[in-house]
Design a protein around this ligand. Structure first.
Ligand code: ADP
Ligand code: MG
Length: 231
């Protein structure tokens, strides 16, 4: 089975496992980040994605099937609808709930992959993570995406942003450093030849275009960095 078909076929399996094992609990208790901060972080990511839907669509039209912008908008707007419930949850439960929503709503290859990223972050992060714990959880979540996508660095995918951004964060970079790393890593996918995902069907013709998933990852990271950078 191609990795694309494998991803789509496994989306409902991920969903079921999550629903049964990790049903998120709404909680009045606020851990680490307070409720207002969580609201702002979620809203910032959603707004950033929604503001770039046309760009993501155009990138995916060039080397894919043109649905990445709409896929992401559908998923992240569904997340926004649950803003009140989500911001009342502990950080791990919030991340698991976002992951589940993305698996169910985004679709395509990126839905199960982003779903896996957030679900794994929710499983790995303690409620009040230190910076070191956050870096370790981010690394483990990326490993989960690699396992689900049967993919790794250098294949012109979202991983080509997630991996360098995690490294910049783990190395002690501040919000501005991590943001800059993520944005330039997305731009740096343009000269790469895709060997995973739909763009790989184009072979050499995938060269010269920024990968849409790498761009959406960079937008999410940039939005989070802008929020954290403001203290
Ligand atoms: P689809 O390709 O099914 O239409 P999307 O357009 O929503 O799905 O998402 C495409 C993005 O998903 C790609 O730009 C790439 O970054 C990412 N992607 C696709 N397959 C993989 C994979 N196996 N591993 C990591 N990322 C992948
Ligand atoms: Mg697509």
């Amino acid at each position: 089975m191609s990795e694309l078909k494998h991803l789509v076929a496994n989306a409902s399996a991920v969903e079921m496992a999550v629903v049964t094992e990790n049903a998120p609990r709404s909680s009045e208790q606020v851990h680490g980040l307070d409720r207002e901060r969580k609201r702002r972080l979620i809203a910032a990511v959603v707004e950033r994605i929604v503001a770039h839907v046309d760009e993501l669509t155009a990138l995916d039209a060039a080397i894919g099937d043109g649905d990445h912008g709409y896929n992401m908008k559908r998923g992240f707007e569904a997340v926004l609808q649950d803003l009140d419930t989500l911001s009342a949850m502990s950080l791990p439960d919030l991340l698991k709930a976002v992951g589940m929503k993305l698996v169910m709503k985004v679709g395509g290859a990126s839905g199960p992959l982003y779903g896996t990223l957030f679900l794994a972050l929710g499983k790995e992060l303690p409620a009040e993570p230190s910076r070191a714990q956050a870096a370790i959880a981010f690394e483990a979540a990326i490993a989960a995406v690699c396992a689900r996508g049967k993919s790794g660095a250098g294949q012109k995918t979202m991983l080509d942003v997630l991996i360098p951004a995690q490294r910049a964060f783990a190395a002690g970079g501040d919000a501005a450093d991590v943001k800059k790393t993520a944005l330039s890593a997305a731009a740096a996918t343009a000269p790469m030849r895709a060997t995973r995902g739909r763009a790989s069907f184009l072979g050499e013709r995938s060269i010269g275009h920024v990968d849409p998933g790498s761009r959406s990852s960079s937008l999410m990271i940039a939005a989070l960095c802008d929020e954290f950078g403001e203290g």
